[in-house]
Structure formats: structure tokens, C-alpha cells
Design a protein around this ligand. Structure first.
Ligand code: AHG
Ligand code: MN
Ligand code: MN
Length: 334
């Protein structure tokens, strides 16, 4: 039997090899992993656990919250609050940051998350997930303000996502490649199943919500039209399209077999670029994708270089296979 490597063992080995993962960070990642197991469990219960449907509330972006958005947010908050490894948290589902209450010891990290990504897929039993990003709090800062979270993605020390699909997987980077763990549901353990995931530089697959085509700006329209023209068009090859409407699931496909994922800004709301949020969706995914040899831009610049101005700010996203991301970014610059 091949030897199974658990998440804990993997992190300890990385720490010994590269001295890159301080034990506080390892603890943090393991706690997030544990919270994802709980979320996976709740997701798996579905109607039997009475977790489907709307929570009857709205989040700060004006989106109706699903019960599982709220449950997942609570699971992540409760799991991470008391361990002493964090100074604060922020979430898609909370308007303001969540400093660690004074009754608990404080740590030096900041955790941001999209507790449940792909909310529109919850009730129809399609893959959904959790996305998270870890930053360091400014030196000695134990009661952070929102300003302390507004660091560019290049400062992330870890990022990851879980997919709750046919299998539950956890994909993780600490700046040393991208590794995938599969949840052994009987044992309740994360087992290393893919080391050093690499995104092919070229692809014949793209992901975009084409129902927005009439609102796209010219560079996106040109790029997609050229792919749709297929083997007799300027690209000289046929492309295939996939859109799951859960970024976690689309990105997971791209990490496994390549592709380009786009959620562009469009002409509808010029001051709200795109739909995805920089701090807890685009930045962690951009970190993961770059660590796997891919690229991630907003059409103009590398996502990881963007200086955030607001916790919930939106950003246009082009990510995945390097040559395609460079091409569509180039069309924006022409
Ligand atoms: P969330 O469920 O956290 O709000 O995020 C959903 C996001 C992303 O996961 C997905 O790619 C996109 O919204 C889907 O958008 P459309 O409904 O416009 O296809
Ligand atoms: Mn999301
Ligand atoms: Mn969400």
C-alpha cells in the first residue's frame, strides 16, 4: 500500500525542508482545514440537515444569503477565534472585520474568507466551496483595523480553497507550490493526493458567463469571438466552453487540465469592476494559480499587485493558462 501523507505531516515536512511554515501558520491552516471538514459535513447533509434554502437576510453586497452561507461563516469564525493564532478575520458575509475578542489570546495573522463560494449552486447539488487567504498583521498589532487588511495579494503567506463536490478536496499554497488533499470521509483526514499541481500554458477551454456578452467591453468580445470562430478563425483551433458558476470548481478544473477563467468588468456598472471580490476570492485564487505556473490579471495588471482600497472591493478577473491570460490582457492594452 502506498504511504498516506496527512495534511499535518505534509506541513511539518515543508516546515523542516524549507523552514517556511512557522508553527502558528501551520496551526492556522489546520484549523481552517478542520472547519472545511465541518462545512463539508453540513453540505453533505443537504435537505436532511435542513441546511438548504435562503436564510432570509442580505449580506453587505446586497446578495440574499443562503442558510449555508451563514452556517459556513459561523463555522469558520468559531473554529478560528480561540486558538491564539489570529489577530482578526474578515469575510464576504460580514460588513466589517472581526477582531479576535479580548477573552482569547491574539496571534500575528489575518484570515479572510469566502465561506461558501457558488451559493447559487447549493440547492441544486452542484459543487461549491470555501476560499481563504492569510496575511500577516502589521508587527505587534493585536487589534487590527480594516486598514491593516488592505495589503496587496503579494503579501499573502498562504491561500487555499476547498471544493465540496463528488469528492471534498483542499487545495493549498504557502508559496511553495500547490498541493491537493482529498478528504477521507471515514477517517476524517486530509490525505495528500496531488503534489505540485501545474497548469498547462496552453488550453482549448474557456470559462465565462456568456449571458453577459452584450455588456462586454471590446477586448473581451474580441477574445471570445476569436475562440468561438474555431479552427477556421484567427486562432486556428476549436475551443470548448465550461461555466460552473462556482469559481472554486472552475478554478479546480483549470488547475487539473488547464483553461482560462474570466469574470470581466462590463458596461453595466463601470464603478463596480466585475463581480468577484479582490480580498477573499481573486487574491487567493491568483496566488494559487501563479504558484501552479498560471497567470492572473484584471486585464490591466497582475491581480496580486493591486493595492486594495476597500475590504469588499470588486475586481475583474482573467486567470488560468498563462498564454491565454497574456493574450486577453494584451488585447486590453492594444
Ligand atoms: P458567491 O457564491 O461567493 O457569491 O460567489 C459566486 C461567484 C463565483 O463563484 C462564480 O464564478 C460567479 O459568482 C458566478 O456568477 P454568475 O451567477 O454571474 O454566473
Ligand atoms: Mn464567491
Ligand atoms: Mn460566498
Amino acid at each position: 500500500m502506498t504511504k498516506r501523507i496527512s495534511l499535518t505531516q505534509h506541513l511539518i515536512e515543508q516546515q523542516r525542508l524549507h523552514n517556511k511554515i512557522p508553527s502558528e501558520l501551520r496551526l492556522l491552516i489546520e484549523v481552517v482545514g478542520r472547519a472545511c471538514k465541518s462545512i463539508s459535513h453540513a453540505v453533505g447533509k443537504g435537505a436532511l440537515g435542513e441546511v438548504l434554502g435562503s436564510a432570509g437576510s442580505e449580506n453587505v453586497q446586497g446578495e440574499v444569503q443562503k442558510k449555508l452561507d451563514v452556517i459556513s461563516n459561523e463555522i469558520l469564525l468559531e473554529a478560528n477565534e480561540w486558538g491564539g493564532h489570529l489577530a482578526g478575520m474578515a469575510s464576504e458575509e460580514m460588513e466589517t472585520i472581526h477582531p479576535i475578542p479580548n477573552r482569547y489570546p491574539k496571534g500575528e495573522y489575518l484570515l479572510m474568507f469566502d465561506p461558501l463560494d457558488g451559493s447559487s449552486n447549493i440547492d441544486v447539488n452542484v459543487s461549491i466551496g470555501t476560499i481563504f487567504s492569510v496575511l500577516k498583521a502589521p508587527e505587534g498589532m493585536t487589534t487590527p483595523s480594516e486598514q491593516d487588511f488592505l495589503q496587496p495579494g503579494t503579501r499573502q503567506v498562504a491561500a487555499g480553497y476547498a471544493v465540496y463536490g463528488p469528492q471534498t478536496v483542499l487545495v493549498l499554497t504557502t508559496g511553495d507550490g500547490v498541493h491537493c488533499f482529498t478528504l477521507d470521509r471515514e477517517m476524517g483526514a486530509w490525505v495528500l493526493t496531488q503534489r505540485d499541481m501545474q497548469i498547462p500554458e496552453d488550453t482549448k477551454e474557456f470559462a465565462i458567463n456568456a449571458s453577459n456578452a452584450r455588456h462586454w467591453y471590446p477586448p473581451v468580445k474580441r477574445y471570445v469571438d476569436e475562440m468561438l470562430a474555431g479552427s477556421t478563425g484567427p486562432r486556428g483551433k476549436d475551443f470548448n466552453m465550461r461555466w460552473i458558476a462556482s469559481m472554486v470548481a472552475d478554478v479546480h478544473r483549470i488547475l487539473n487540465r488547464g483553461g482560462v477563467f474570466m469574470y470581466p468588468a462590463d458596461a453595466r456598472e463601470p464603478d463596480k469592476p466585475g463581480k468577484l471580490r479582490l480580498m477573499y476570492e481573486a487574491n487567493p485564487m491568483a496566488f494559487i494559480v501563479e504558484q501552479a505556473g498560471g497567470a492572473a490579471t484584471n486585464g490591466d495588471q497582475r491581480i496580486l499587485d493591486i493595492q486594495p482600497e476597500k475590504l469588499h472591493q470588486r475586481v475583474a478577473v482573467f486567470l488560468g493558462s498563462k498564454n491565454e491570460v497574456e493574450r486577453v490582457t494584451g488585447y486590453h492594452k492594444e
